[in-house]
Design a protein around this ligand. Structure first.
Ligand code: HEC
Length: 265
């Protein structure tokens, strides 16, 4: 191993340790970001209106803005608009906040800018982190958001997970085990100086395989990220265009310079 790769290793370890500590023992799964992938964004929009918009609004998002994702107004109207027939409306829900709070114990927050509040990795992990919990009022609990009032609305798609707890003598062993899991894992202090690692295991399958469900959630989180900052995609595309333009300009400027100087050298 060269000194260089060793240093990179040290830096990565320190960064990983920092991330671990900052999340109070919770290791988030990184969301596979595909910001400019319109097909993924379209699937994410479909998942969002079908599974989330029943409870959560997105009041800063207008349906007709979805033409950004390469959809026509007709497609939006036919496939994504269940709550309204006006293409210029925002994504609101019929459920009142007071009703929702009474039904679930907490109102479902507006999700327009949720991706900026929580970050993509948090959302991706959260949607992968539901497990069956008979003690919870909804019958569900979540490793990322303990005692969340939201039921696992995607259970028929993902299947049902159960919580697995393994006890370790000390914190180092528990953290090493949590890293070895390579998916969602949470380290918590147990009684008498011991630590538990909490992970999830599938109890019964859903309509999608584990890999398909991860892709489903990745598309959904991708869409939530787009929704939180729709203009960002235009900025990125503009930036790429500007760099290509500068590249071409450079080639011409260089050719011109060679031409001017060729007699002088
Ligand atoms: C049956 C109603 C319902 C549906 C459907 C639903 N949620 Fe929720 N959701 C809730 C409730 C209630 C809360 C508030 C939980 C709390 O504060 O304990 C919540 C909270 C959340 C939060 C955490 C908000 C925060 O930062 O505190 C996120 C993120 C979220 N939902 C995403 C989604 C997504 C994505 C979908 C679609 C797959 C979805 N929800 C579908 C009811 C719902």
């Amino acid at each position: 191993m060269t000194a260089f790769t060793r240093w990179i290793g040290v830096i990565l370890l320190v960064a990983a340790g920092g991330a671990f500590a900052a999340e109070t023992g919770l290791r988030l799964e990184p969301a596979p970001g595909r910001r400019l992938d319109n097909e993924s964004l379209q699937r994410g929009a479909r998942n969002f209106v079908n599974y989330c918009l029943t409870c959560h609004s997105a009041q800063y998002m207008r349906y007709n803005r979805l033409t950004d994702l390469g959809l026509t107004e007709q497609q939006i109207n036919d496939n994504l608009m269940f709550a309204t027939d006006k293409i210029g409306s925002t994504m609101t829900v019929a459920m009142g906040n007071a009703d929702a709070a009474a039904w679930f114990g907490a109102p479902p927050p507006d999700l327009s800018v949720e991706a900026r509040v929580r970050g993509a990795d948090w959302l991706y992990s959260y949607l992968n982190a539901f497990y069956r919990d008979d003690k919870a009022p909804s019958g569900w609990n979540n490793l990322v958001f303990p005692n969340v009032a939201m039921p696992h609305v995607l259970w028929s798609v993902q299947g049902v997970n159960k919580l697995v707890e393994t006890e370790y003598e000390d914190r180092e062993k528990a953290e090493a085990a949590a890293i070895a899991v390579k998916s969602l894992a949470k380290v918590e202090r147990a009684g008498d100086g011991k630590y538990v690692v909490k992970t999830l295991a599938q109890e019964s399958p859903g309509s999608l395989s584990a890999v398909e469900y991860e892709a489903f959630v990745a598309d959904l989180v991708n869409f939530l990220g787009y929704m939180a900052e729709p203009a960002r995609n235009q900025r990125i595309n503009f930036g790429i265009g500007a760099l290509i333009f500068l590249g071409i300009l450079f080639a011409f400027a260089y050719a011109l310079k060679r031409n001017y100087w060729k007699d002088i050298h």
